[in-house]
Design a protein around this ligand. Structure first.
Ligand code: NAP
Length: 486
């Protein structure tokens, strides 16, 4: 789109903003980005907020991460849409930090830059065989079934095996296990991508093992999600009753933690009420505790393909800081499978010029203020640069956690304006949105405004309607851009 046309299109819905208002750019349009935008718009009358995203579609993890059978969680996008339709806020999709625009360019254009681009990579186990075919990160698998354009061609082989192993016992592990085990007639009514539904309809996977290195007392999934998977119709559930035995240390943990107590109760009930054997063809869910992955096993029949996981049995010890950690016992056993989903946590990626703590996968910060690591002692803050969401605190917490996280970051911004660390009026040398659009135009970048997303949204809903589902997602970059630019 030519610059002037693009600017006209983006300006149509904006009220005129005084040139003295702080100009804010938020990178990432997931929950952290939208909650940050909302808080800034409310706290700073006249502030102009631009939300950029590398995808042509907004809502980040709500669109690409939340499971298709959790439609109620996705209704938050109505609230986010209202935020972006505020006359002082805009969405600029298909703008990638790092390739479309550099961090230093953004900082030159805006008074305030808030990085909310989440965690788009994965923690690694770092064990032999991790690169075998048939092993995926849960993030890739989730992006695949949620129609993220970067993973539409993942094509996990669900046909040549009846067993999947999920490594990790968080809520993402339960999401992927549930999608593998749920009936496809139920999934067909959701916004699951059509390529994933077709693969799941032909899937041979009948057994899913959800394996944790620690015990039921330390599992990190939550009771609501556990109850949901245990409630899948006609599912055989297996949990070793011996794994539910509580040590005195476990009793202490459970005494003080209602959530863990509830999880332990749910698992115990499922273990004792389960049928002794699965019926013929029944799908099976196995919770396996106290197993730490040691190496992946290669198939003899299918070269370079996973055939199983070798696990070391563990026991729980305190590490001295009060944390209960898994310690290997030197006893090993194999679990045969043809598909592995590593659900051991997401990881943020760094961009050039951004201080980054690679060990924890976060940007070093104090209450959202990015700390400069140029001196190595992390004592100075990067003026005008802030962070929120998973990039700030690591990949934990539910959508609403970002509300509090945004509150804290915006409080730091407001405090810095009040203290005169940041100018209360916009720096005239920082042109904000107009400068960004000019820069992107000079690089021949195609920007997708919110109106472009609304066209995608309408088309997805139209296609969904034909299949009796809420939406049929557009999953290729080309199609997304074509529809958005119509
Ligand atoms: P998570 O809750 O942190 O769980 C990660 C799991 O991976 C833990 O069981 C952890 O075990 C295990 N793990 C980590 N490193 C490992 C290693 N080297 N070897 C073996 N196991 C390892 O992360 P998540 O499931 O990715 O979820 C991310 C966040 O999103 C969570 O806060 C979650 O609640 C949230 N979420 C919520 C929903 C929902 O509300 N429905 C859905 C999806 C995600 P240890 O505990 O031993 O470290």
């Amino acid at each position: 789109m030519a610059f002037t046309r693009m600017l006209r299109c983006l300006s149509r819905s904006f009220t005129t903003v005084s040139s003295s208002s702080p100009r804010v750019c938020i990178v990432g349009s997931g929950p952290a980005g939208f909650y940050t935008a909302d808080k800034i718009l409310k706290a700073h009358e006249g502030a102009q907020v631009d939300i950029i995203d590398r995808l042509p579609t907004p809502f980040g993890l709500v669109r690409s991460g939340v499971a298709p059978d959790h439609p109620e969680t996705k209704t938050v996008t109505n609230q986010f849409s209202r935020i972006v339709q505020n006359g002082r806020c805009s969405f600029l999709g298909n703008v990638s930090l790092g390739s479309s625009v550099s961090l230093s360019e953004l900082r030159d254009l805006y008074d305030v830059v808030v990085l909310c681009y989440g965690a788009e990579s994965d923690r690694a186990l770092g064990i032999p065989g991790e690169d075998l075919a048939g092993i995926y990160s849960a993030r890739e698998f989730v992006w695949w079934y949620n129609g993220h354009p970067d993973c539409r061609n993942l094509a996990p082989d669900l046909k040549n095996t009846d067993t999947a192993v999920v490594v990790g016992q968080g809520n993402v592990a339960l999401d992927v296990a549930r999608v593998l085990l749920r009936s496809t007639s139920e999934l067909a009514k959701t916004d699951i991508s059509s390529h994933a539904l077709a693969a799941l309809e032909e899937s041979s996977i009948r057994k899913v093992y959800v394996v944790g290195r620690r015990g039921p007392v330390q599992a990190s999934f939550t009771a609501k999600e556990l109850r949901e998977i245990l409630g899948i119709k006609n599912l055989y559930i297996h949990i070793e009753e011996a794994d539910l035995h509580k040590t005195p240390a476990d009793e202490d943990v459970l005494k003080n933690n209602r959530i863990n107590r509830r999880i332990h109760e749910l698992l115990s009930k499922a273990a004792t009420s389960a049928a002794p054997f699965p019926t013929l063809g029944q799908r099976e869910l196995h919770f396996v505790f106290f197993r730490k992955p040691e190496r992946f096993l290669e198939s003899d029949a299918r070269r370079s393909h996973v055939a199983g996981v070798n696990f070391e049995r563990t026991i729980i010890r305190e590490d001295g800081s009060g944390k209960q950690v898994a310690v290997g016992t030197g006893q090993f056993d194999d679990l045969e499978c043809g598909l592995v989903l590593k659900s051991i946590g997401y990881k943020s990626v760094c961009v050039e010029g951004l201080p980054f703590d690679p060990r924890n996968g976060i940007v070093p910060n104090i209450r959202g203020r990015v700390l400069s690591d140029s001196t190595g002692d992390l004592t100075e803050v990067e003026k005008g640069l802030y962070v929120c969401g998973w990039l700030k605190r690591g990949p934990t917490g539910i959508i609403a956690t970002n509300l509090y996280c945004a509150e804290e970051t915006v409080a730091s911004i407001s405090e810095d304006i009040k203290k005169g660390i940041l100018p209360s009026t916009s720096d005239p040398s920082k042109p904000g949105r107009e400068g960004l659009l000019q820069l992107l135009d000079s690089k021949n970048s195609t920007v997708i405004p919110f109106e472009g997303w609304q066209k995608i949204d309408a088309e997805e809903k139209r296609r969904g309607c034909l299949k009796n589902k809420p939406r049929e997602k557009l999953t290729s970059w080309q199609e997304l851009l074509e529809v958005a630019r119509k």
